[in-house]
Design a binder for this molecule. Structure first.
Ligand code: NAD
Ligand code: IPM
Ligand code: MN
Length: 355
């Protein structure tokens, strides 16, 4: 028998509704797998900032590092909660990704049976994973932008060490992940703009060096503009997509649009220490508190957490429950991205489908 200790951040907007759904499903799923789940609540995000001037409680980072096996995070942020420099105050991307050094942001994009897509594709056609470099790139400039009221500059930082570790992660994932492209080739596609920017040229140079150590995995390239086109038009080509932080941010929302919306897409922020798991999307304030949001992104993030901690059976139970509820029509995703019947109806349907 095993106990898994997870810190839970409910977050803002639709966060609490999603976390309620995901923790309910997760708790039920681990029970069947002989695991006890110990959930510890931590506050974080824009609501907390507005109240206290901090977006995490004192000591929270150390508790994440030392006291728990992983963190399950709801979306955070409220557009109106801002810093004097005009950026949002309630976001945790910087503090958690840097603080926990979670250098690989893993974002699976999968079209599941029963889910409609605006393109001609079918389940099996869209099954790739974006590996977004998570500690450097354009977003390293967070809080460091300089300028005046008339002109500002942010810089895009890429280091050899930073690319080396995330590229290795991408190649290892290509070797081991379930679901390779139809032709059976294991592939890493590097997405960059190396013909224009020096930082991206370094990203490409280091990735090519790392690729030499993985002769069984094919490396190919797309420029970021063409990648946006091809992810929509020829998604079958893609297996693992490796890219810089900002480009990965954009492409993961684009990918979500092809598989039923943002509410379908989970993610893991993975490092050598404590990792954390969250939906790809934000706090969706426009639909918050009304039992409208799709909780599947959060439920599948919980499955990724379990998988990461070696609880593969429990993770599989969660994933299969979601997939069968979609496949038999118990859960239907409207073209708006919201589920028919609402958030709680999805939770009950997924619970009903737990093996
Ligand atoms: P968003 O992702 O919150 O919403 C974009 C669109 O997708 C909206 O139409 C929203 O209603 C819809 N949507 C999102 N999740 C959904 C779900 N589960 N089910 C159904 N529909 C869903 O992006 P935004 O509006 O640009 O940002 C809102 C806030 O979230 C901002 O404060 C932003 O900074 C923050 N944000 C946080 C994270 C995070 O915590 N990781 C990620 C992105 C945005
Ligand atoms: C994401 C989000 C965050 C990011 C924002 C909210 C800071 O968009 O996780 O995709 O890109 O860093
Ligand atoms: Mn994003």
């Amino acid at each position: 028998h095993r106990t898994i200790r997870v810190a839970v951040i409910e977050g803002d907007g639709i966060g609490p509704e999603l976390i309620e759904s995901a923790t309910t499903v997760m708790t039920r799923a681990v029970r069947g797998a002989g695991i006890t789940l110990d959930l510890v609540t931590e506050r974080g995000g824009a609501g907390l900032y507005a109240e206290t001037g901090d977006n995490l409680e004192p000591g929270a980072l150390d508790r994440f590092r030392n006291n728990v096996d992983a963190v399950l995070k709801g979306p955070v942020g409220l557009p109106q909660v801002r810093r004097p420099d005009g950026t949002e105050a309630g976001l945790l991307g910087g503090v958690l990704r840097t603080g926990l050094d979670t250098y690989a942001n893993v974002r699976p994009v999968r079209l599941l049976p029963g889910v409609r897509t605006p393109t001609i594709h079918r389940p099996g056609d869209i099954d790739y994973v974006i590996v977004r470099e998570n500690t450097e790139g354009l977003y390293l400039s967070r809080g460091l932008g300089v300028g005046t009221r008339d002109a500002c500059v942010d810089q895009l930082f890429v280091s050899r060490a930073g690319v080396d570790r995330v590229a290795r992660f991408a190649f290892e994932l290509a070797r081991t992940r379930d679901g390779a492209p139809a032709d059976g080739t294991r592939r890493v596609t590097l997405v960059d703009k190396s013909k224009v920017l020096r930082s991206f040229a370094l990203f490409r140079e280091v990735t090519i060096e790392v690729a030499a150590e993985y002769p069984d995995v094919e490396l190919d390239f797309r420029y970021s503009d063409a990648a946006a086109h091809d992810l929509v038009m020829t998604p079958r080509h893609f297996d693992v997509v490796l890219t810089e932080n900002f480009v990965g941010d954009l492409l993961s929302d684009l990918g979500a649009a092809t598989v039923g919306g943002l509410g379908m897409c989970p993610s893991g922020n993975i490092g050598l220490g404590t990792s954390y798991f969250e939906p790809v999307h934000g706090s969706a304030p426009g639909i918050a508190g009304r039992d409208l949001a799709n909780p599947i992104s959060q439920i599948l993030s919980a499955a990724m957490l379990l998988e990461h901690l070696g609880a593969a059976e429990a993770a599989g139970r969660v994933r299969r429950a979601v997939e069968s509820a979609l496949a038999d029509g118990a859960v239907q995703i409207e073209p708006t991205g919201c589920p028919r019947g609402g958030t709680r109806a999805v939770t009950s349907a997924v619970l009903d489908h737990l093996p």
